[in-house]
Design a protein around this ligand. Structure first.
Ligand SMILES: O=C(O)CCC(=O)C(=O)O
Length: 286
């Protein structure tokens, strides 16, 4: 398996749990980042929003450059030959409409071979009120799913039928300012609404291996297939989830791979990633 971290300790922890948490920045380093956000982002948005979703290419490119210089290099120093492909602000405005439901992040590489990493760091200490990040350790070992434009969400059934099942497995991580959570994009994660009085800003940086190509999966209704698009690294500056229009000029190759199918996950898939729960399940004959 291709190595992910330079340090053996981080590599071992990551392989087991699907994430690591590292203290990487001083709180002072975040003052400038908060100023950058205040100066550059003036939209009156509500609930949860991500700068990656915006249509404005200029601000997305500027944010990428800025977060790469301020945070990206230092995170990348921990990684074994990775490169930054996305950099964004993920923001929860105060109010009870900013919940992020349990999901896996989009697949940005062919996960049969590579691991796409998200490095997530809040600009404030996380609390129970301001939208603490929660994840299910071990779910990076789930069967391969394909996540992208128009593709059925692999967690749909689990959320519809048994939201409490996922909720019971999700663990909160009360990160302090300066700590970074680096997780495998396949890890199931969510965050509750920000019911504090102030905006919660976090930065999310997406890294893929140097030897991997950036991929975007997209469902094609006519062909009833998932298309595998190999795209240029600038893809997420050009693409907006609001319009869902895939910019043709950044596609390098379009392919229908017949082994790629929609996969909807069920309880057994999740339990298999939880060794202790799986042992109990088997011992009681479930
Ligand atoms: O910022 C958050 O609270 C969650 C963000 C998230 O889940 C994501 O960007 O995939």
């Amino acid at each position: 398996m291709r190595r992910i971290f330079n340090s053996d300790e981080l590599e071992t922890k990551f392989r087991q749990y699907g994430f690591v948490c590292v203290q990487l920045f001083t709180p002072d380093e975040f003052t400038d980042i908060k100023n950058f956000y205040a100066n550059e982002y003036h939209n009156e948005l509500h609930g949860f929003h991500s700068s990656l979703h915006l249509k404005n290419e200029e601000i997305k490119a500027k944010t990428y450059e800025y977060l790469n210089a301020t945070l990206g290099q230092k995170v990348n120093d921990l990684l074994f030959d990775y490169r930054l492909v996305t950099a964004s602000f993920v923001v929860k405005e105060p109010g009870n409409n900013s919940e992020v439901i349990a999901h896996q992040d989009w697949s940005l590489v062919d996960e049969r071979k590579y691991v796409f990493l998200n490095a997530w760091t809040p600009l404030e200490d996380l609390t129970k009120e301001n939208g603490v990040i929660q994840l299910i350790p071990g779910t990076h070992k789930l069967p391969i799913t394909y996540r992208g434009t128009g593709i059925e969400d692999p967690l749909k059934q689990l959320r519809d039928q048994s939201g409490t099942f996922l909720k019971r497995l999700l663990q909160p991580f009360f990160l302090k300012k300066g700590q970074v959570l680096i997780y495998d994009a396949r890890i199931i994660h969510q965050s509750p609404a920000n019911v504090s009085q102030t905006r919660r800003i976090a930065c999310a940086l997406g890294f893929i291996p140097q030897d991997a190509q950036l991929i975007h999966y997209s469902y094609n209704r006519d062909k009833n297939r998932i298309l595998k698009l190999t795209v240029k690294d600038i893809f997420f500056v050009k693409y907006s989830v609001y319009s869902q229009i895939i910019p043709q000029e950044v596609i390098l190759e379009e392919q229908i791979d017949h082994s790629i199918m929609c996969k909807i996950l069920d309880r057994k898939d999740i339990l298999r990633t939880q060794p202790v729960l799986e042992r109990i399940r088997r011992s009681i004959g479930l």
